[in-house]
Unconditional design. Structure first.
Length: 411
């Protein structure tokens, strides 16, 4: 009996690893290759910026909407299956759209189903890892491996078939991810997921989770700093492929640049999952912000696609350090029964609200001031986030030191 149960646990984790591997292929396309598809349709950089910002605008509501439904109904697998089915239908519609207004409308629907997949998948991975006594990174790292695989593979596929095939490739990947959800095991609620005062309640009161999270000053400071850092990060994400194309890089070079960033983060993920607990979260987040600033400074100076590939490897110490530490910080300050909502708010700050600003604001800067100024602005935003995380850490240490001093005086 024990061996069957253990085998079932590993089978469930392997299905989730396969899902993470596959679903990140859609991220490669929608974030990195779709901008090239839009330019192929004749859209300007400002129009590409607008299209990029639509997703974050839609996802502000869609992330919270679907994650709160997931928390309330106690199911993640079924919600992800619905989202993937929606992506599949809208991708077929997008394949026939060519004029700007039609693309805006259909892409809005696609984003409504696209963005919530990732916080929900992370939530499932965190819960399954905790309940099986494993580290979250052992599952999440397959998303990075999938991103790496698809970043390189899609680059060569599109070089052979043309940028116009982007939507067709997207349909294939989404369909594969939808089929994998059949093998996923849903995460069931246990009494430990709720505070003792509500262990007899099957569902949290409507709206309580969001209010309970946002009333914490520590959480608001964290999300504010994350948002500032994310604006610069999303600016780079939205216009990296366009920058490479301006340097006359082929689609395969774009793939290698994305591969460099995705593969480089994996060893950092594992190192921090093993040794990260020895360091405080806020100083690590400040360090990551500083590395983002250095990365964007180098991007402002780069003129060679090969140099960009090397700079993308800095994704390891910038994003790799940030992501693992941010998830660890969230799991510490947000209770488990509100985990999906908490991760969704984090996604809104890191992807949605920041993407909205970076797409429109970044598009205007790139179009009118050029790539160098564009990346200098991204660098300044990273430095501002560095100040936010570090000042919060120093203020917390001052309070702890003052508390100890007054306790000693009282004694």
């Amino acid at each position: 009996m024990y061996s069957r149960r253990t085998g079932g646990q590993y089978s469930g984790q392997n299905w989730l690893r396969s899902f993470m591997f596959t679903v990140y292929g859609t991220s490669v396309l929608i974030v990195s290759y779709f901008p090239l598809f839009y330019t192929h349709l004749g859209f300007s950089n400002q129009q590409v910026g607008v299209l990029y910002s639509i997703g974050p605008l839609i996802s502000i509501l869609s992330n919270l909407f679907w994650s709160m439904i997931s928390d309330r109904l106690g199911t993640i697998r079924k919600i992800m299956a619905i989202l993937l089915a929606g992506q599949l239908v809208t991708a077929f519609m997008l394949a026939r759209a060519e004029d700007f207004s039609t693309v805006v409308l259909i892409l809005s629907l696609l984003y409504f189903f696209y963005y919530p997949i990732f916080p929900l998948a992370d939530t499932m991975a965190i819960k399954i890892a905790q309940r099986h006594g494993r580290n979250f990174i052992t599952i999440r790292v397959f998303g990075s491996l999938g991103y790496s695989f698809f970043a390189l593979t899609i680059g060569y596929v599109l070089r052979a078939t043309g940028t116009s095939s982007s939507i067709a490739v997207c349909i294939v990947i989404v369909a594969a991810a939808l089929l994998i959800t059949i093998g996923l095991k849903d995460v069931k609620r246990t009494e430990d997921d709720f505070p003792s005062s509500r262990k007899s309640t099957a569902k949290p009161p409507k709206g309580e989770g969001l209010k309970q999270i946002l009333l914490q000053k520590e959480v608001l400071w964290f999300f504010g700093s994350v948002f500032v850092l994310a604006v610069g990060y999303r600016m780079n994400e939205a216009f990296l492929t366009i920058s490479l194309k301006e340097m006359h890089a082929g689609d395969e070079i774009v793939g290698w640049a994305l591969l460099a960033s995705a593969l480089s983060e994996i060893p950092v993920f594992f190192a921090l999952s093993k040794y990260g607990d020895k360091f405080k979260e806020l100083p690590l987040l400040a360090f990551a912000s500083l590395m983002f600033a250095l990365r964007f400074l180098f991007m402002s100076l780069a003129n060679d696609p090969v140099a960009v590939i090397a700079i993308q490897a800095m994704h390891s110490i910038s994003f790799g350090t940030f992501y693992v530490t941010a998830v660890r910080y969230i799991t510490r300050i947000i209770p488990d029964h509100l985990r999906a909502t908490g991760i969704a708010i984090f996604t809104v700050a890191w992807s949605s609200a920041s993407g909205l600003l970076s797409g429109t604001f970044g598009g205007v800067i790139y179009e009118n001031a050029g790539r160098t100024v564009f990346y200098i602005v991204a660098m300044c935003l990273s430095l501002l986030a560095f100040i936010g995380f570090l000042s919060k850490h120093l203020l917390d240490d001052d309070r702890i030191g003052a508390g100890r001093y007054f306790r000693k005086k009282g004694n």
